[in-house]
Ligand binder design. Structure first.
Ligand code: PLP
Length: 409
């Protein structure tokens, strides 16, 4: 991050380069193709020797402006944007891994990431899931073929907080790519660069966009990993500044070849949303803490999970690492209360599957996002069959508490 404050830097990032007509927003560039007066320049762009745009699938000036904002927020060296968070994760893994590789992943994961790992394991990439709240479990799982460690900061949906610093130190000393999914914390609450992350994933759909009106994803290279030592960088991408090699391969082998491209319209929505990231996350975090405290002490709630609660097993770690605790919490109802009856009684809170919308959303995860993986795997992730995930919005706190209270009553 520059010397400017978090929000100042986002608000003024478009203007760091001249914008046509003195516009304050970067305009939407819809063109798929780009002209070069000298055809040799087109070749140089294709070959990575000149910066520019070759074809809209690999990026446009509009997506590049958003990428610059994310790079600034994360304090990285470069970012590649995608059409969704899953696009970013899938493209990163497919671009960097090969059959025979071994990946250690946190066992506490977003359901679709878990499903993607299942696909990769069918392609000959071995995935070992561990309890990543303790780096010692990651150490035990390492093999000579381990190329990558993958964790979420605050795990969706049970809110376990990975041993982010311990794993970062381990990956640094062993030369392993450390991928941190920062979606639940967002770059406002946490800078994974501080714990030596190599690559940072953000689902832009969530906190950064914030309005539930556009899908997007991004991977940011922190510049800390030495790509000259990574065996799977293709010869064609071993050119120029080595800190860009990994992202270059992700852009080519991931974004270009898979085509999970972010549209200029979505990039614009996300960039406008990003301007209020800090303000929104302050409010969603405050709402989540109040709601979690209320739920925890309610007789009709068996357990509430939120890193801001003193009862949370990683509360001290979360306090140390994060600026605040975010807008994700989950809870189990007391025995005998039907979670669907409860959800149907909520009037302000919406039964819906997104996260970090301005509106508060709730979902029974075992029956939806985590349904496909089966009860055994859910249990290993700490997901009870009655678990309800809540993503707090920016409504007035009293309204939210009152809505939960009347539904529980
Ligand atoms: N990572 C985490 C932690 C998520 O919670 C999600 C979605 O909920 C994703 C990635 C995927 O993001 P998207 O929905 O933008 O594909």
């Amino acid at each position: 991050m520059s010397d400017q404050g978090f929000t100042t830097a986002i608000l003024h990032s478009d203007r760091s380069r001249p914008i046509e007509h003195g516009a304050l927003h970067k305009p939407l560039h819809h063109s798929v193709a780009f002209e070069y007066a000298d055809a040799r320049d087109l070749v140089r762009v294709f070959q990575g020797e000149l910066s520019g745009y070759s074809y809209g699938r690999q990026g446009t000036p509009t997506t590049a402006a958003l990428e610059d904002k994310i790079t600034t927020m994360e304090g990285g060296v470069t970012t590649v944007a995608f059409g969704s968070g899953m696009g970013a994760i899938a493209s990163t893994l497919i671009a960097l891994l090969r059959a025979g590789d071994h990946v250690v992943s946190s066992r506490f994961l977003f359901g679709n990431t878990n499903s993607l790992f299942d696909t990769l394991s069918r392609w000959g990439i071995a995935i070992e899931f561990v309890d990543a709240t303790d780096a010692a479990n990651v150490v035990r799982a390492l093999t000579p073929a381990t190329r990558m460690v993958f964790v979420e900061t605050i795990a969706n949906p049970r809110t376990q907080v990975a041993d982010l610093a311990g794993i970062g130190e381990l990956c640094r000393t062993r030369g392993i790519v450390y991928v941190v999914d920062n979606t639940m914390t967002s770059p406002y609450l946490f800078a994974p660069r501080r714990v030596h992350a190599s690559l940072i994933i953000n689902s832009l759909t969530k906190c950064i966009g914030g309005h539930g009106n556009a899908l997007g994803g991004a991977v940011t290279d922190t510049g800390l990993f030495d790509w000259t030592k990574y065996p799977h960088i293709h010869d064609g991408y071993r050119k120029g500044d080595p800190s860009r090699w990994g992202a270059w391969q992700i852009r080519k082998k991931g974004l270009r070849d898979i085509g999970t491209t972010l549209s200029p319209e979505a990039a614009h929505h996300l960039a406008v949303g990003a301007e209020t990231l800090a303000l929104r996350v302050q409010k969603t975090s405050a709402n989540a803490l109040k709601l979690a405290q209320n739920l925890e002490s309610h007789p009709r709630v068996r357990r509430a999970y939120y890193p801001g609660l003193a009862s949370h097993p990683q509360h001290e770690r979360a306090k140390l690492l994060f600026r605040d605790f975010g807008g994700l919490l989950s809870f189990e109802l007391a025995d005998g209360i039907d979670c669907f009856d409860f959800l149907n009684k909520l009037q302000i809170v919406i039964s819906s599957s997104n996260l970090a919308d301005n509106r508060t959303l709730a979902i029974p995860v075992a029956h939806t996002i985590y349904f496909e993986m089966g009860a055994e795997r859910r249990a290993s992730m700490g997901i009870a069959e009655s678990l309800i995930r809540v993503s707090t919005g920016i409504e007035e706190e009293e309204d939210l508490i009152a809505d939960f209270r009347q539904a529980l009553a």
